[in-house]
Design a protein around this ligand. Structure first.
Ligand code: ABN
Length: 177
């Protein structure tokens, strides 16, 4: 009997040591952590309720018109950031009455889908009146942060004008790229 108990003792000890070596405390703690934190968080994760239905319908949606200067999708606006002057009493190239073009500007290179050529576009903010508030567009093709100032659109380019108030932005073609 004593021998049997000694054998049981040894076998149990060996098994426990093996298990302890394979699964340390850290492994147990990390599994417990995942179960405790991950479990309750799982139902809170965002998920696409629209599913395939929305995607299928998006394909049917009419394509935006690249030739309508009152829409953000107009081809010249590929690096535009601001209010369209075409919605604010001005035009593609003219500031609205009571405002003046910024003395400095940024540029973009946009593909004209009508002739398949790239054009260099100068975006001039119009200054001297408070923000127009209509047709806010923000497109960022080839746009770069402030360390490439000439292609940076996310600042008020009226800063060098007598009145630094920003109203809207024009888009003037300066050449074929
Ligand atoms: N360049 C348009 C603009 C004006 C003011 C603030 C951000 C962007």
């Amino acid at each position: 009997m004593r021998r049997f108990l000694e054998w049981m003792d040894k076998a149990t000890q060996t098994r426990v040591r093996t298990v302890a070596q394979r699964h340390g405390r850290r492994s147990l703690l990390s599994k417990l952590g995942v179960a405790m934190v991950g479990g309750p968080l799982l139902p809170m994760l965002p998920f696409d309720r629209s599913g395939q239905f929305g995607a299928a319908h998006a394909a049917d949606a009419p394509k935006p018109d690249p030739n309508d200067p009152t829409k953000c999708e107009y081809w010249r606006y590929c690096a535009f950031d601001g209010y369209l002057c075409t919605c604010c009493g001005g035009s593609l190239t003219q500031c609205p009455p009571g405002t003046e073009a910024s003395k400095v500007s940024w540029v973009g290179t946009c593909l004209n889908p009508n002739d398949n050529k790239h054009y260099l576009v100068s975006y001039n903010d119009c200054c001297g009146k408070s923000a127009c508030g209509s047709c806010l567009c923000n497109n960022n093709e080839r746009e770069r942060p402030g360390y490439r100032l000439g292609v940076h659109n996310d600042i008020n380019w009226c800063m060098a004008n007598t009145s630094p108030m920003f109203h809207c932005t024009t888009s003037i073609i300066v050449g074929v790229a």
